[in-house]
Design a protein around this ligand. Structure first.
Ligand code: ADP
Ligand code: MG
Ligand code: MG
Length: 357
């Protein structure tokens, strides 16, 4: 029906893994990680692949063996990953059935079927392009040592997304049927033309275009791609480090530290669709979430509900979960307050689980 798939998300579909952490597992999680794995091999894995304990990098040739190694020798569990794909699953978790659609590029392989199954199980519809270059499905390997996580991403097929897929008749009709577009910033490294196409379509039809900054290296090394999409942002979401990095690389932004001032700056950037005021959302881990609205002098702040240290299992993907909850609120026409509350709630659920489950 016309009411279906209101929210369309675009980014890089990745298969992730989660490794049992060195820290003892909470009782309720022991069913997903066998106890004989704990505390074994993680440090050695970092050394073997030349990885830093706390890092996020794109894989090089020497990392290619990591993924099978994790699964074969470290009892790593395969999980659906990719930041915006996590956000999309999170939003669908809250919204009525058949609300969320996710687009990206995968390979023609076993991993692609695993991803499709995981998304479908969460009620998320996928419209994947099969890599025209025959690349394998992208993967993100995660090695956890204590509080640190080392993420190593091999984009592979995810890097092969093409605008022609978005513009193909079946997919474009879904684009036209959707009323909200959410793009993960990581896609700016892949196919910025597709991101811009969604932005322009939103502005033209007075739909809602939302972007996540995703990681500091996006505003830093993909500055022009970020800047080009900025006039289309109705909502832009990022964490404290990402918006500070955005300020760092913009000479005309004097304030480089104060998140509230930077959020105001982002809110007042030129905007194509004058019918919607831009909303800037900055999360800061356990610190309050900051919201700046275009044309409003004062910045709003929303306290995060405390989650006890003993309940926290994995904060990886907290921001993705926050975005999922927040967007679900916006899609349902809820107030900013209520949408942030949903974001905080979904994030708190997520950090109590292994990986962005
Ligand atoms: P990112 O994962 O992108 O760095 P944040 O760290 O800002 O994003 O986390 C996003 C949201 O997740 C926060 O606004 C908060 O609601 C929740 N969150 C993150 N870490 C914690 C924590 N230690 N305790 C409670 N909530 C948390
Ligand atoms: Mg954080
Ligand atoms: Mg994040």
């Amino acid at each position: 029906s016309q009411e279906q798939y209101t929210l369309l998300c675009l980014e890089n579909p990745l298969l992730g893994n989660s490794m049992p952490s060195m820290t003892p597992l909470p009782q309720y999680l022991t069913n997903i990680a066998s106890t004989d794995i704990q505390g074994k091999g993680d440090e050695a894995m970092l050394q073997k692949y030349g990885l830093k304990p706390n890092d996020a990098i794109l894989a090089e040739e020497k990392h290619m063996g990591l993924y099978e190694d994790l699964i074969q020798n470290h009892d790593a569990k395969l999980i659906a990953g990719g930041a915006a794909q996590n956000t999309a699953r999170g939003a669908q978790y809250i919204l009525p059935p058949s609300s969320v659609l996710y687009i990206g590029c995968v390979g023609d392989d076993h991993y692609a079927s695993l991803l499709t199954d995981a998304c479908n199980a969460a009620g998320l519809r996928t419209e994947y392009l099969r890599s025209p270059k025959n690349s394998p499905t992208g993967r993100c390997g995660v090695i956890i040592t204590g509080q640190d996580r080392s993420m190593c991403t091999h984009l592979a097929a995810a890097n092969d997304y093409e605008l022609s897929h978005l513009k193909s008749a079946p997919v474009w009709s879904l684009v036209q049927a959707a009323k909200f577009y959410y793009v993960g910033g990581y896609h700016l490294t892949v196919c910025p033309e597709a991101v811009l196409t969604l932005g322009k379509e939103a502005a033209e039809k007075d739909k809602v275009f939302m972007l996540s900054l995703s990681a500091p290296f996006i505003p830093q090394f993909f500055k022009s791609q970020v800047d080009e999409t900025a006039p289309y942002w109705d909502y832009v979401v990022g964490n404290e480090t990402e918006v500070r990095t955005w300020a760092q690389v913009h000479d005309d932004v004097e304030e480089k530290e104060d998140v509230k001032v930077i959020a105001r700056k982002l809110a007042e950037l030129p905007k194509v669709n004058g019918k919607r005021k831009r909303v800037v959302i900055v999360t800061q881990g356990t610190e309050e979430t900051v919201i700046a609205v275009q044309g409003e002098e004062s910045v709003r702040e929303f306290k995060v509900h405390v989650v006890g240290q003993e309940e926290i299992y994995d904060t990886n993907g907290a921001g993705d979960a926050f975005a999922g909850g927040f967007i679900a609120g916006i899609v349902e026409g809820k107030s900013l307050e209520e949408s942030v509350d949903r974001g905080h709630w979904l994030a708190s659920l997520s950090i109590k689980e292994l990986g962005p489950s």
